[in-house]
Design a protein around this ligand. Structure first.
Ligand code: OOG
Ligand code: NI
Length: 453
């Protein structure tokens, strides 16, 4: 078998991401409505802001806009998590970042499986936020043991997908036909099940400890709990959600609206109450699945991130209980201390940039200068902000909580344990900031090398 007879992992990911979107649209029709709304707002925004269109096009962001989404799942054991790592690798998705949600009162820690290379991100940046339940944080030994037993009995992967993962690992790729099978079989892991694996009493006991525990433990698999398209104007989508029958979360998480967007802004429509058949033929309900939207901006350096965290905390002290308009107004004011233009963010070292040659730069030769600011001033080089591809723990906690009915348990806090997470995963997670720094550095080197000749 030669390399060239294998389908590119980018293509497998692209196919899987659209198959998952199709599945979720049939499972949760409101998600389809959300997609239509986001598409409408994106088209209107592009029409109204030709400058934005030009910029997105230049950055290669326009082409990926309509395929761009993330999803989220929650798993119950190390074995499940490590097999998922191998499954996502088939699609060119690798664990990036460590998120400690215990800090926010949710008994999980998480990573995001996502593509890493520039060209893979440009092709389809599909990401899955993946959380591992932390049974060790449950107080009751009895409940902990019960949950472990239930989880030990389930198998969330089809035999065929396991076989295809192994084939991918031993051959170094999958043929187009194998990839097609892989997509179909892998999808099964993330499907919704209306039947719980436990009786209503067990569900209730786990849910009373934390609703998330019941969500992970009581079902046959880690159902996809939301999918999130990328919008260019999240404020407008939030405003219009009620008009298409959606109940939006109270506030948009993350930074306020800015001329030079940073990181990630997110909101969601609230989780649906769905009927479930429990063992012993009892009917009940469970609330887990929702739809979310996100607006992405530039990735921040450690210095920029420290400033963001500081301002976010400042804002959070003044926004408790406020409605979205009032919340955004406070954030707006607090964030005035962060410069609001690409160029100022770059000069102050607050965000990561991708450097490339201008038309003049492409024909210039023999410039030995290594001073980027000087090269930019000469019109030979241009800098574009690098888009943030990751997640934000405080925002993620807000999303978890608004969909779990405010379930929060302070007793879980202060339990970050990246080593334990990596051990369960069977691999280290990549540091997201290092990735942005590398991409910036590589773009600088390419520019300098080509100007020097
Ligand atoms: C994940 C919540 C985090 C996001 O966009 O921050 C998330 C979950 O509810 O399982 O998806
Ligand atoms: Ni999400």
């Amino acid at each position: 078998m030669t390399q060239s007879s294998f389908l590119a992992t980018n293509v497998i990911r692209d196919r899987f991401s659209s198959a998952m979107s199709a599945m979720y649209q049939t499972e949760v029709p409101q998600y389809g409505t959300l997609l239509t709304l986001v598409e409408q707002v994106n088209q209107e925004t592009l029409r109204q802001q030709p400058e934005l269109r030009r910029r997105l096009e230049a950055q290669g962001e326009l082409a990926r806009l309509s395929v761009e989404r993330h999803g989220a799942i929650r798993v119950g054991s190390a074995a499940e998590l490590s097999t998922l790592r191998r499954l996502f690798a088939v699609m060119g998705m690798y664990p990036v970042g460590y998120y400690d949600l215990s800090e926010a009162g949710v008994p999980v820690h998480s990573t995001a499986f996502r593509p890493i290379e520039d060209d893979a991100l440009a092709c389809n940046p599909f990401r899955i936020f993946t959380s591992l339940l932390r049974l060790e944080l449950i107080d009751s030994a009895l409940l902990r043991q019960r949950a472990e037993e239930i989880l030990a009995q389930r198998n969330i992967f089809t035999p065929k997908v396991r076989e295809l993962i192994e084939r991918f690992e031993s051959q170094g790729g999958l043929t187009s036909e194998e990839a097609g099978q892989f997509v179909t079989e892998a999808l099964e892991t993330f499907r919704w099940h209306q039947d719980a694996t436990v009786d209503l009493d067990t569900y209730q006991a786990l849910s009373d400890e934390h609703r998330l525990i019941a969500d992970v433990v009581c079902f046959r698999g880690p159902h996809i709990n939301h999918l999130t398209p990328r919008t260019l104007d999240i404020d407008e989508v939030q405003r219009r959600m009620p008009s298409v029958g959606m109940n939006p979360k109270a506030v948009i998480e993350g930074p306020p609206r800015r001329e030079a967007p940073i990181l990630l802004r997110q909101t969601s429509f609230k989780a649906l109450e769905e009927s479930i058949r429990f063992a012993g033929d009892n009917q009940g309900t469970h609330t887990a699945r929702f739809g979310e939207i996100e607006q992405r901006g530039m990735a921040l350096t450690p210095k920029g991130r420290a400033l963001y965290d500081q301002l976010l905390n400042e804002g959070r002290q003044q926004t408790a209980g406020l409605d979205n308009n009032a919340h955004q107004a406070v954030m707006d004011k607090v964030f005035t201390t962060m410069p609001d233009s690409d160029e100022a963010m770059r000069r102050e070292g607050l965000a990561y940039f991708h450097y490339h040659l201008t038309e003049a730069g492409k024909v210039a030769t023999g410039d030995a200068s290594t001073d980027m600011d000087a090269l930019i001033a000469k019109g030979l080089v241009e800098a574009q902000p690098i888009t943030y591809e990751d997640f934000l723990p405080v925002s993620a906690a807000g999303i978890f909580q608004s969909n779990l009915g405010g379930g929060e348990n302070e007793a879980y806090a202060g339990n970050a344990n990246r080593e334990a997470f990596e051990e369960a995963l069977g691999a280290p997670v990549t540091d997201e900031l290092a990735l942005y720094a590398e991409r910036e550095q590589a773009s600088k080197q390419r520019v300098l090398a080509s100007l020097a000749v």
